[in-house]
Design a protein around this ligand. Structure first.
Ligand SMILES: [Mn+2]
Length: 427
């Protein structure tokens, strides 16, 4: 299924007068703050967020999975789904693949298919947290950290194979998330496990093309419950620093213990030019992988405050981070959830662009916490939804993506095409 531009246009026409009114009002508010709407719209349009191939089907919990029907059955159909999102929001112009779930059988055909949707290939992801049916050695007790050199070699070779697939498709980075860890005190030699992980990552890093980046993800617990080899941003940063200048830390919003100050981590990593990528989601308790902005939109704004500060710093040498969603959808339609997530990211980004940074810095220098809070909340409490809608409208997207998605019955069409029982590969 594809959504024609004319269909989007005709839906936009119905709500255009209301939109014009609210955007006109917001434009006047912004201009009073000496902010140029056209400039903001350009920035919002340039901000593309990659959709992970594993989030297009219904995710599960460890207790069950309740598929909603019409899930993509192949890599082509996964790209079709991202194409649907991009046709509606014009902000999902990239897909992040996971190997072995997304091995391209015909590279040229896959590339042409992506191009027909206007999609690029973002970071590729390896998988050493599960055993595949044809696999010689098991990852039950770890992959890159394993005590056995043969297991480590298998995991390294898998990562290099993922790089080769990514290279063929035009991807420029590899994200490594390791489940490696232990569930019982005494089970693992922490020092040896970390050293072996570093050595394995060195072999992967050495096998990447020269223009590739390596993103090292971290997570404090799960699937193991006592220790994780790359447990936090400090460990990830340590590994990335020892690997070299094309290795970076990747921040996943769900990979922190409760109440962690993630915005401070972002600031520190950008200061060190080591923030490589971002996995957006939201959480209440742990790695809940909920819709972005569903739980803690103010935290998301504060994170974007640091991201924008880092990106706008003329002295910063941090490369532009790779933006990705990493979520799992158990209750909602995955595509609707992704539309909501992308919009939440755009809203937080736009609000962070409104912050009066000169005044904020002055307030900080004179130790004025009241005014610093006023400045941040002035930006946060501005309703920028018409601005995001206008950015979509000008790019040829929908004023109200979810409304269009429902009105033209996208899910029903997908079920008709793919069947009610179709299951997507992925988490
Ligand atoms: Mn992640």
């Amino acid at each position: 299924m594809r959504i024609d531009a004319e269909v989007v246009q005709s839906h936009n026409d119905k709500t255009l007068p209301d939109h014009r009114e609210s955007f006109g009002h917001l434009s006047r508010v912004l201009e009073k703050k000496r902010l140029e709407p056209t400039h903001l719209i350009q920035k919002i349009q340039d901000f593309q967020i990659a959709i992970p191939s594993w989030a297009l089907g219904t995710g599960g919990t460890r207790f069950g999975r309740f598929p909603g029907g019409g899930e993509p059955r192949s890599l082509e159909e996964k790209m079709d789904d991202v194409g649907l999102l991009h046709a509606l929001n014009k902000a999902s112009g990239a897909i992040s693949l996971h190997i072995p779930w997304d091995i391209p059988s015909d590279v040229e055909a896959i590339k042409a298919h992506a191009a027909s949707h206007g999609l690029l290939f973002d970071a590729v992801n390896s998988n050493t947290f599960q055993d595949q049916p044809d696999q010689l050695h098991s990852y039950k007790f770890g992959s890159l950290c394993h005590t056995s050199a043969a297991v480590r070699k298998q995991a390294i070779d898998h990562n290099l194979e993922v790089v080769r697939y990514g290279e063929a498709l035009g991807s420029k980075s590899l994200t490594v998330w390791l489940a490696d860890g232990s569930s019982f005190p005494g089970q693992m030699n922490f020092r040896k496990a970390l050293q072996r992980t570093l050595d394995s990552l060195r072999a992967i890093y050495a096998g990447m093309p020269e223009d590739w980046k390596l993103f090292v993800e971290y997570k404090p617990y799960e699937p193991y419950f006592y220790s994780t080899v790359i447990q936090d941003w400090g460990t990830s940063h340590l590994l990335a620093s020892q690997l070299g200048e094309r290795a970076f830390t990747l921040v996943d919003l769900g990979h922190h213990l409760p109440n962690t100050n993630i915005e401070q981590i972002v600031a520190t990593l950008m200061m060190q030019s080591k923030l490589g990528g971002f996995h957006f989601n939201d959480s209440k308790f742990g790695d809940d992988d909920l819709t972005v902005g569903a739980m803690k939109p103010y935290q998301l704004f504060l994170i974007f405050n640091e991201l924008v500060a880092g990106m706008e710093d003329p002295e910063s040498t941090n490369p532009s981070p790779a933006w990705m969603i990493d979520a799992s959808h158990n209750l909602k339609d995955p595509l609707e959830d992704l539309l909501q997530s992308v919009e939440a990211i755009q809203l937080a980004y736009a609000q962070a662009l409104l912050i009066d940074r000169v005044a904020l810095e002055e307030a900080r220098e004179r130790n004025d916490p009241t005014m610093a809070q006023e400045i941040l909340q002035e930006a946060y409490r501005t309703d920028v939804r018409p601005l995001i809608a206008e950015a979509r409208l000008q790019a040829g997207g929908a004023l109200h993506p979810i409304q269009v998605f429902r009105t033209i019955s996208v899910r029903k069409e997908l079920i008709k095409e793919r069947g009610l029982k179709s299951l997507s590969t992925g988490l």
